[in-house]
Design a protein around this ligand. Sequence first.
Ligand SMILES: [Zn+2]
Ligand SMILES: [Zn+2]
Ligand SMILES: [Zn+2]
Length: 254
Amino acid sequence: MRITFLGTGTSHGVPMIGCDCATCRSSDPRDARLRPSIFVETDATKILVDTGPDLRAQALRHDIRRVDAILFTHGHADHILGLDDVRRFNAMMKRTMICYGDTQTLRDVRKTFHYVFDPNAPKGGGIPDIELCEMTERLRIGDLDVQPIPLWHGSRPILGFRFGAFAYLTDCNRLDDAAWPLLEGLDVVVIDALRVRSHPTHFSLDEAVAVASRLQAGRTFFTHMCHDLAHEATNARLPQGMALAYDGLVLDVP
Ligand SMILES: [Zn+2]
Ligand SMILES: [Zn+2]
Ligand SMILES: [Zn+2]
C-alpha cells in the first residue's frame, strides 16, 4: 500500500495570502502546503481522502487518473470544496463516483453542492456524477479494508480512517474513547498538529506528540500545519520517529 500526501496545510494553505513571515517566504519546498488530502493506493484500488480546494492542482501534480472511491473526514470547506473536479474522473472512468462520509458530512456536501443533488438541475458535462453513501462501520473497497475512527473536532464528531497498518487522523483535538482500541499495532499514523499554541478544534504540536507517544506507531507524521510551524526547524525538535509530513511525501506501508 502506498500513501501520497497531496496536501498537508491548514485551511489557508501555506504560504498564506498576503503573509510575509519566514515560513510563507521560505524557499524550502516542504514549507509550501496545499489544503489537506491524501491518496491511498494499491495496484488494484485507489482511494482519495477528502476533496479540498486544491484537488485539481494535486491531481495534476501527481498524475492521478483513477479514483475508485472518495472518503470524507468531514464537511469543512478545506476538505470538500474541490468536489466539482470529480467531473474529470467521471469522464475518464465512465462511472459514478462513490463518496463515503458520516451523516453530518453528507448533509454538508448536499448543502454546499446543492446543484449536484437538485433533480431539476439540467444534466450534462457541468455536473459531477456522485453517489453519497453513509459510512457507519468498517467496509471493504477493492482490496482495502477501511475502518472509520471516531474523532472530535471541537464539539463536532468527525471520522479518521485506518487502512491496514496505516491511520489518518486529521482535524481533531481529541480521540474518542472508542478510537484507541482501533488504533493498536500501527506502522504509520498521521495526526493533526496545527501549530504550537493551543486551538479549540485542532491538536497543538505538543498535544499531537502526546497522542503519538500513547499510540506508539512505528512512525508518526503530522499534518494540517499552519505557517507557525516551519518544516526543518520544527522537525529538529521532534522526538525520534516523529516528523512533519510535507506535500508530495510518499510512504510505502506493508
Ligand atoms: Zn506566514
Ligand atoms: Zn475541519
Ligand atoms: Zn481542515
